[in-house]
Design a binder for this molecule. Structure first.
Ligand code: ATP
Ligand code: MG
Length: 403
């Protein structure tokens, strides 16, 4: 395999095809760990060394840009290639080559602060995690006078702007664009057993997106089929009815949410409040739980713990659920399945609906998944609902026994 200078990288044939392809805008849509970053990093250096000029590396957040920059510096030092650097600025994440070219590593999280013109090569690493404006408003104009080129590499994030861009590369009539789709399994350094383990342990959609690089409809969303599961109506308790409740307690900035399901999986009650002191909250929770005679499952990690004890002392049938990344995953995946199989019916509450719509997963480096609301958003309705659903599934219906 031909060597590319700087970090002694010997590209695989599929990576070489991307590197050598003459299209001006190239988009690699790849599974995790395929080798996007290493390919892009070498493409950038190749341009900076051979064609000079100003070249940019963009990552979704600063910490990622910095990590790629540091990896490149240390790999170059190890291989003795740092002799071709004329100047390295660690504070500016900037490498200047003796041949005159410059590389700048930047974060794309605030497109308004990215100003540039006359760029020769630009990399957008994990492009699907950047805003559309980064490409359309910043990068595209910045390469126009120089007729510069752009390499996009990403794992998909649903059918967002990166998907649109990728489809242009599939159109033979748009000669400036070329795109590829590569699964993780193309990288022989990733053990097939690891991929098989991921296939068995992850939700099918997550595996399809993260390992097969499939563009899924609405894939950023964890919960699907929500619309079909609307239509429950608030109900007062009926005689002989069995009920379960899920409670997510407010942390500093959140809301406390109490959700109640009947034995048929219909949401009959939803309450959401904040800024009440604990004594008032407690009275409100206890009154509702007593009224329905519900079994209550509550987040008992962290702040939940003393409160949980308080509720138990008040004589409620309350059980704690300790949140770890793993136990939270199980809780959320059970609710995902309930929506997919239309086993649950929920109230048409706009806040709850919105929280369910935008709820996200992220893949950790270790290959595990974490579930969360997008940064700055709440997930209290989701957690309360997931707790109530868990309580329902783990108690025998219709006569719910003690948890
Ligand atoms: N041609 C190659 N030669 C040697 N190692 C390679 C090659 N291609 C990829 N690798 C190795 O495979 C691993 C994954 O590469 P890289 O981090 O570039 O992938 P990625 O697709 O960016 O992954 P992620 O999804 O985690 O961002 C790294 O350890 C990298 O060094
Ligand atoms: Mg990468």
């Amino acid at each position: 395999m031909p060597e590319i200078r700087v970090v002694g990288f010997a590209p695989r044939p599929d990576q070489l095809e991307v590197l050598r392809h003459p299209a001006r805008f190239k988009a690699m849509n790849c599974g995790r760990r395929w080798g996007k970053t290493i390919t892009e990093s070498n493409w950038l250096s190749e341009g900076a060394i051979n064609d000079g000029g100003e070249n940019w590396w963009l990552s979704p957040i600063y910490a990622q840009a910095k990590a790629v920059f540091r990896d490149k510096i240390s790999a170059a030092k190890r291989g003795g290639a740092d002799a071709i650097f004329s100047d390295v600025s660690i504070s500016e994440l900037r490498i200047a080559y003796k041949s005159g070219g410059v590389e700048h590593y930047k974060s794309a999280d605030n497109p308004d602060t990215l100003r540039g013109a006359g760029l020769r090569r630009v990399v957008l690493d994990e492009a699907a995690r950047m805003k559309r404006d980064v490409w359309e408003e910043v990068v595209r104009p910045a390469v126009s006078d120089t007729h510069g080129s752009v390499l996009f590499g990403s794992t998909p994030k649903g059918k967002n702007w990166f998907y649109e861009l990728w489809t242009r590369g599939q159109d033979p009539l748009q000669a400036e664009f070329r795109s590829w789709q590569f699964p993780t399994s193309d990288n022989p350094l990733i053990r097939p057993e690891d991929i098989q383990h991921a296939r068995e342990s992850l939700p099918a959609d997550v595996f399809a997106q993260e390992y097969l690089a499939e563009f899924l409809d609405n894939s950023a969303g964890v919960f699907r089929n929500i619309a079909a599961c609307l239509g429950a109506k608030p109900q007062e308790p009926i005689a002989g009815g069995s009920y379960v409740a899920g409670l997510d307690l407010a942390r500093l900035t959140d809301f406390t949410v109490l959700t109640i399901l009947n034995a048929a999986g219909q949401q009959v009650f939803l309450d959401r409040f904040n800024l009440l002191d604990w004594a008032v909250q407690k009275a409100r929770i206890i009154a509702t739980i007593r009224k329905y005679g519900a079994l209550l499952l509550v987040d008992s990690s962290g702040v939940g713990d003393p409160i949980f004890e308080d509720l138990r002392r008040a004589g409620l049938a309350v059980t704690g659920y300790k949140f770890t990344n793993e136990s939270k995953g199980q809780l959320i995946e059970a609710l995902m399945l309930a929506f997919e199989k239309s086993e649950i019916k929920i109230l048409d509450d706009p806040t709850q609906r919105n929280e369910l719509d935008i709820y996200e997963y992220t893949m950790n480096r270790s290959g595990t998944v974490s579930y969360n609301a997008p940064e700055g958003y709440h997930d209290d309705c989701v957690i309360a609902l997931a707790l109530a659903w868990w309580a329902l599934r783990h108690t025998a219906s219709p006569r719910l026994r003690s948890l």
